[in-house]
Design a protein around this ligand. Structure first.
Ligand SMILES: Nc1ncnc2c1ncn2[C@@H]1O[C@H](COP(=O)(O)OP(=O)(O)OP(=O)(O)O)[C@@H](O)[C@H]1O
Ligand SMILES: [Mg+2]
Length: 159
């Protein structure tokens, strides 16, 4: 994967990614909430790769939600990091699968491919993109209640 890093406004980039995935959310009758995105957060990123990373997290959050559910995107800053959170209220991820899903072709359920499409590559690509940005990609999840995926980027020093 090639990366073309530049200073970008992460807040604006997130709003753009949400717009791009809006029709996919509509097709699942899922509402995306983006009312807690801190403005003017600057990081070093490849805009196309960042969009791909967000699309992977958003598409998962949407397709594992139930009709009428909300997906929430947050952006906060804390001690030199910009933290993006993508939260859904879907089925959640079993504890034993929380690390495995970041590997290639790993899906929690053998029916995931059949029922929701996809090949189990999205999160492995997301992880590779995060790593190229010195960002950490992690998940917290409660089975039956939902999941939050976090990406923690280094803030540009002095910003
Ligand atoms: N938000 C989520 N809620 C519940 N399970 C999830 C969520 N995100 C990922 N998973 C689980 O992790 C698996 C791997 O996710 P990943 O994005 O890598 O693959 P995929 O979505 O199945 O296929 P692809 O991304 O290639 O279209 C999913 O199949 C699903 O079992
Ligand atoms: Mg996926």
């Amino acid at each position: 994967m090639k990366f073309n890093l530049q200073v970008i406004d992460l807040s604006a980039a997130l709003n753009h990614s949400i717009e791009t995935n809006q029709s996919y959310a509509d097709s699942y009758s899922v509402e995306i909430f983006a009312d807690s995105i801190e403005p003017n957060v600057k990081i070093s990123a490849d805009p196309a790769r960042l969009d791909q990373l967000m699309a992977n997290l958003l598409s998962n959050a949407i397709k594992f939600s139930k009709e009428g559910d909300k997906v929430q995107i947050d952006l906060t800053t804390k001690t030199g990091r910009a933290i993006v959170a993508v939260t859904d209220h879907g089925r959640g991820i079993p504890q034993k699968d929380k690390l495995r899903i970041f590997e290639r072709f790993q899906q929690v359920d053998s029916s995931d491919k059949r029922e929701r499409g996809g090949t189990g590559l999205g999160l492995s690509i997301a992880k590779a993109i995060a790593e190229a940005h010195q960002a950490e990609l992690t998940v917290e999840s409660v089975l039956g209640k939902g999941s939050t995926f976090y990406i923690s980027f280094p803030l540009i020093v002095g910003s």
